[in-house]
Write a protein that binds this ligand. Sequence first.
Ligand SMILES: O=C(O)CCC(=O)C(=O)O
Length: 270
Amino acid sequence: MDNGSLAANAAGQHRMPLSEEQIQHYADEGYVLLRGLIPPESLERYNERFLEFVEGREDLPEHMKVMQDVMVVKGAIEPPSTVHGVNKLLCLENDPVLFAFASEPALVDALQSILGEEFYSLSSNVFNKPPGVDGRHPMHQDLRYFRVRPADGITGVWTAILPATRESGCLAVLPGTHKGELLEHENPDWEFVNHGFYGIDDVDVESRVHVEMMPGDTLLFHPLLIHGSGTNESDQFRRAISVHYAAGDCESDRADWKTRGLTRKISPAT
Ligand SMILES: O=C(O)CCC(=O)C(=O)O
């Protein structure tokens, strides 16, 4: 299939749910790629806001954190600028500018095709992969990080803010692995591993599909899909914004999961 060009309406906005074919691709392969889903003006706002926070031009709202790359933390490299030393910005929920991403109209429309009418955000990040650091993300399943179930009620979203190519360390996925179980995750045996990055040993790397994405391209993926990313060998930043969502009929051992912590109800734009 064409991996997901959504038709644009007259205003140039993508306001369509997923096609049958796209829904089927998600069901069969565990992901669907939607080209050009997020408009350039939104991406520009998210990029600028990210830079304001990491460069210290704006105070961080409650819970938001800037994570330094492990090579910087361990003193293995001296980053040429602050943003060269940042691995991710996490917990975007209390910043209305960055968290507007979670309710981007085209994204909400697409998510409704998978999660139904009512859904909630569980976590949010900007992933910054600077040139010059190891920056690899081991192959893993995101379900490891969530307590809500079932897995089919959770979807991850990853939108490129800057180009993600094979050279700059795009995502790599193992199609169809979402049909398996949640596997054992461990700290990889690498010299430099960023905080909280666990991986699965023994994955079939020959079956990897590298998902190259241009700004605005958006990947929707199942939380059992095995995925990861490589080192940025280019001289440009690779940057993406990501949110995970859960359907309203999911359950958790924490009965109040929908109103707890940073979880937010996502309302479709009017
Ligand atoms: O941005 C990356 O390189 C990895 C992101 C990822 O693995 C995730 O969103 O689960």
